[in-house]
Write a protein that binds this ligand. Structure first.
Ligand SMILES: C[S@@+](CC[C@H](N)C(=O)[O-])C[C@H]1O[C@@H](n2cnc3c(N)ncnc32)[C@H](O)[C@@H]1O
Length: 157
């Protein structure tokens, strides 16, 4: 263990952080569960030092939007992802790992504008997809060429 690291467990809906203290905030695949994302972005922004970075992944809105998230396969065996309900922002109930897990769908525009309005400068937005090398190593990743599952964002205060 290192005295340089303090671990804590907290509800991201009501996070309490000291002002202007952190160089980096990092989140992996958790922000799409947050109802008050505007409030969370404001608190993270305030907790970062000037120039401090926020780096996160979030389920891509195209992946999250549909009422029935799952592949449609046509007579030729081609896969497509049904992007219905994209403009209907709000809760999506899924049965992933547990029954009735509630996610919060927002459009790409809403998500990025929330960051901008919180005062962040966006530096990188990546709709992740597999590279040639990724496909060689793991052929099952090929379906990730059909639609983005994850959105990766880097920003700074
Ligand atoms: C898809 S998992 C990602 C886990 C891990 N970060 C990773 O990338 O493998 C989503 C995580 O978000 C957490 N989570 C959801 N809502 C939260 C909240 N309001 N406050 C804190 N954590 C939350 C869940 O407990 C869960 O661990």
């Amino acid at each position: 263990s290192s005295s340089a690291i303090t671990y804590g467990i907290a509800d991201l809906e009501k996070l309490d952080l000291p002002d202007a203290t952190f160089d980096l905030a990092y989140s992996s695949l958790a922000f799409h569960y947050i109802v008050d994302l505007k409030g969370l972005f404001a608190r993270i922004h305030q907790a970062l030092v000037p120039g401090g970075r926020l780096v996160f992944s979030i389920e891509h809105p195209i992946f999250m939007a549909p009422r029935q998230p799952g592949w449609l396969i046509d007579e030729q065996g081609r896969k497509s992802w049904p992007v219905d309900s994209y403009q209907l922002q709000g809760p999506r109930v899924t049965n992933w790992l547990a029954e009735g897990v509630i996610k919060q769908h927002r459009t790409v525009g809403t998500l990025l504008t929330l960051l901008i309005q919180a005062g962040f400068t966006l530096t990188h937005v990546d709709e992740w997809g597999p590279s040639e090398a990724d496909l060689k190593a793991r052929p099952a990743l090929a379906e990730e060429l059909e639609r983005p599952m994850m959105l990766l964002v880097a920003a700074h205060r």
